[in-house]
Design a protein around this ligand. Sequence first.
Ligand SMILES: C[S@@+](CC[C@H](N)C(=O)[O-])C[C@H]1O[C@@H](n2cnc3c(N)ncnc32)[C@H](O)[C@@H]1O
Length: 245
Amino acid sequence: MDYMDMLAKLGIGNAHPGGYAGTLRLITHFGFGHGQSVLEVGCGTGRTACRLAALGCHVTAVDSHPVMLEKAEKRAAAEGARICWLRGEAERLPCPDNSFDRVLVESVTVFADAGKAVSEYLRVLKPGGLLLDRELLAAGPLPGELAAELAGSYGIGHLRTAEEWRRLLEETGFGETGIWDHRSMTPQLWEDVVMFPDTHQFADRDLGRFPTLWETARRYEELMNANQALFEHGAIIGRKRQAGI
Ligand SMILES: C[S@@+](CC[C@H](N)C(=O)[O-])C[C@H]1O[C@@H](n2cnc3c(N)ncnc32)[C@H](O)[C@@H]1O
């Protein structure tokens, strides 16, 4: 089973490095709040989008996977969150130019055509708007076999280092680029499950009928554990320049 289909069937609410604890740190540090227009790209099952809506943000959330969006809408209904859900691709966002104060992304751009996606993030931000994109990073050059596995099994064509991401943002036209909360990979399951249990995780009821799902989960876990020292994560930051600056 495909990795994204596995996450969708399990209804995972924080499928990104750093987990929900990392999301809360970022939301607090960057002062997300009342009245801001926020686009979340690759929202998955909508846990972050719902949190932002609860803080008073006007949230639009895009994802390419229909089951993710279905579960996100179910979560929003359960939490009473008002969110504009859109099916679409990071590389061709279904949103007008200059529309958002913030674009937030969590573990999505590595699976996309990053150059196109980052150009789209810039296009839809208002001048002065901020991009925050937490992604899995390479700590350095990856062995060929590992790079091939990431490309073949997960669609991660090129896992960038923090500096490669920063340069991509700069070349795309972002100002004030940097990496925030740059960390090595540590298992985060305990913190998320115990400190921030997801009360609206809608897992499919027929999981037992899909042994390939557990095989996909096991392979991903093994890959991450075996190569922990080669991976990092962090939030790539950039600001859309004001006209003429
Ligand atoms: C690893 S999951 C992360 C989901 C969510 N951000 C989270 O942290 O729980 C990646 C998400 O990005 C979506 N996705 C992958 N490639 C995409 C693309 N090119 N455009 C839009 N969404 C994409 C997948 O459907 C999935 O929901």
